[in-house]
Every structure is written in structure tokens, then in C-alpha cells.
Design a protein. Structure first.
Length: 318
């Protein structure tokens, strides 16, 4: 089996280098498996690498994403609707998607490497198909969001890039300048939802005044905030979280609860549910204040839908 480690040279630190050396040593002892290292050189390169290996080797290779959420996003786009599975080693800053699949908020990359057996050459994992979000033909593996959370994401990413020692705390710091401005935004939405009894209903608001709006395949984003604690990756449903327009006084007490995934239990301004698709478009003709998997986009309109079991993902064996 070929294991293709797609490495973002920007993500991670010295610990990652040490882990890589250990993994390389383990592969040398196992003639049945081959370790291939591919470094990304530009935006979109991880997607291209993953897609090429998927075409040439199919299920006879595993693509190992060695970076943060941006690398995972690209690799998922390259592997969507192919036989080639994705394995995730969390070497980035936020590692929000990894928090969901490994079930912990504080990610230890060494523990993940060890759990997969990569340090010993006795590799073990199970492959399970998961859903993706299709938005305008692109794929989202984690969370697509609009409004305040996108502002925080944007500022947090700039801080983490400039001050790497901050790690995921950069996103917590980014909250301060974001909430000191107006938190009232406008957007148009027409989304197809499913209630707890499996019956469809629609939410149409043109425009909608809001503070944040998240559509979630997984649970965490922005360095650990949790708009969808009960999200499942393989249920054919997406979770949505809408926060009505609010001011600073209303928002401040909700921030720690939003991080914990319990904001809707404390405020009638937070609305959650399930959605399978829909349309989101700007209320003023300007690009949407939105992002996908932490990467900002400049669409004025987004059409999205759940794409069931579109990606094969490697999980740690129980």
C-alpha cells in the first residue's frame, strides 16, 4: 500500500519533523508499505496531488493530510467521489475537523500517529464513507459560515500566521476587535430543512438580520467554537446554527457557551436544526461575508447541498 503524506511546509513545528522521522524509520522496516512525501508549493496544490494519486492508484493508496484545516479542505476536494481514502494527521493550528473525528478538543499529533500505528509500521485503521457539503461545485468537509464568525476567522488566521506561538488562541483574541464593531449583518436565505420527525420545511428570509450563520458537516471551527455539537458525518444531514442580530451586551455572555456548544440552551436568539441544501445570497450586491473550512470566498450567491458518503475517511480502530 502506498501512503502519500501531503505536507504543508507552513503548518506545524519541530514536533512534526521529529514525528516524520519516526514514521519514516517505521516504514523502512515494513517492505509491504511505501511512504511517499509530497510537499505543497502553492494554493490548491494539495488538491491536485490528491486527485492525481486517486486517478492513478484508486484504493491502492491512502492520502495522508499533514497540516491544518486548509490542507484537509484541499485534499477532500481532490478525493471527493473517488475510492481513495483520506487519513488526517493534525499538524495545523486550529485542527478543527480533527477535533470531531478524534473526539477531543485538545489534539495531540503524536497520539494520533501512535493510534494509527504509523510509528511502529503496524498500520491499522478502518475506512468509513462520510458526507460532504457541495457549494457551487466545491466541497466543504467541515463548516461553512457567514457573518461574525467569518470576521473572527479572518482576523484569527492573520494573527496565527504572524504570531505562530499563539496557536489556536489567535482566534480567541480575534473575537475582541470583531465584537467591538457592529455585529448586525444582512443576508438572504432560502434553505431546505428537516425537522426531528424527518419532515421537510423551509426557512426563507429576504433579507435576514443576523449576527452569525453556520452550516455544519462536523462540529468545530474557529479554533474550537462549537455550533453543532451533535453533528454526524454520515447521517445525510447538515446542522445549521443561526444567531439573530444582537449587540455587544447580548453577545458577550454567549461566547463561552458558543464555544462549549450550549449557546442555544441559554438564549432564544440562537436557532439550530437540520438542513439538506438551499440558496444563500447577498443582500447588498457585495460579496458574501463567508468562508468554508476557514478559507474565505467572494461569492455573491452560494447554492449548497449535502453530498452523501462522498469521501472515504480513515478512522482510528476502537
Amino acid at each position: 500500500m502506498k501512503y502519500v503524506f501531503i505536507e504543508n511546509p507552513i503548518a506545524g513545528n519541530k514536533i512534526r519533523r521529529l514525528l516524520f522521522k519516526q514514521v519514516q524509520s517505521a516504514f523502512r522496516l515494513n517492505p509491504d508499505d511505501e511512504m511517499i512525501i509530497e510537499e505543497t508549493k502553492y494554493g490548491g496544490h494539495a488538491k491536485e496531488i490528491a486527485a492525481d494519486y486517486a486517478v492513478n492508484y484508486g484504493r491502492d493508496c491512502v492520502i495522508v493530510s499533514c497540516g491544518g484545516d486548509g490542507t484537509v479542505h484541499e485534499v477532500a476536494n481532490g478525493l471527493a467521489n473517488t475510492e481513495t481514502p483520506l487519513m488526517l494527521l493534525p499538524f495545523g493550528t486550529g485542527n478543527d475537523f480533527a477535533k470531531k473525528i478524534y473526539g477531543v478538543k485538545k489534539i495531540d499529533a503524536f497520539n494520533v500517529v501512535k493510534a494509527f500505528g504509523l510509528h511502529s509500521g503496524k498500520i491499522k485503521y478502518r475506512v468509513k464513507p462520510i458526507d460532504l457539503i457541495d457549494y457551487n461545485g466545491e466541497k466543504c468537509i467541515n463548516v461553512m459560515s457567514y457573518g461574525l464568525d467569518t470576521k473572527v476567522e479572518t482576523i484569527g488566521k492573520k494573527l496565527s500566521d504572524k504570531f505562530k506561538f499563539l496557536g489556536h488562541q489567535a482566534y480567541n483574541i480575534a473575537i475582541i476587535p470583531s465584537i467591538m464593531q457592529s455585529m448586525k449583518y444582512k443576508i438572504n436565505i432560502d434553505i431546505n430543512c428537516i425537522d426531528d420527525n424527518g419532515k421537510p420545511y423551509k426557512i426563507t428570509k429576504t433579507p435576514m438580520d443576523y449576527t452569525l450563520f453556520a452550516i455544519c458537516n462536523a462540529s468545530y471551527y474557529g479554533g474550537g467554537f462549537c455550533p453543532a455539537p451533535d453533528a454526524r458525518l454520515d447521517d445525510g444531514l447538515l446542522d445549521y446554527c443561526i444567531a439573530d442580530a444582537m449587540n455587544l451586551v447580548q453577545a458577550l455572555p454567549l461566547i463561552p457557551r458558543y464555544s462549549a456548544g450550549t449557546a442555544n440552551e441559554y438564549s432564544d436568539k440562537i436557532h439550530i436544526g437540520h438542513v439538506v441544501g438551499g440558496r444563500i445570497w447577498t443582500a447588498d450586491g457585495k460579496p458574501l461575508l463567508g468562508n468554508c473550512d476557514g478559507e474565505n470566498f467572494d461569492y455573491t450567491e452560494v447554492r449548497f447541498r449535502i453530498e452523501e458518503k462522498a469521501l472515504n475517511l480513515c478512522f482510528i480502530e476502537d
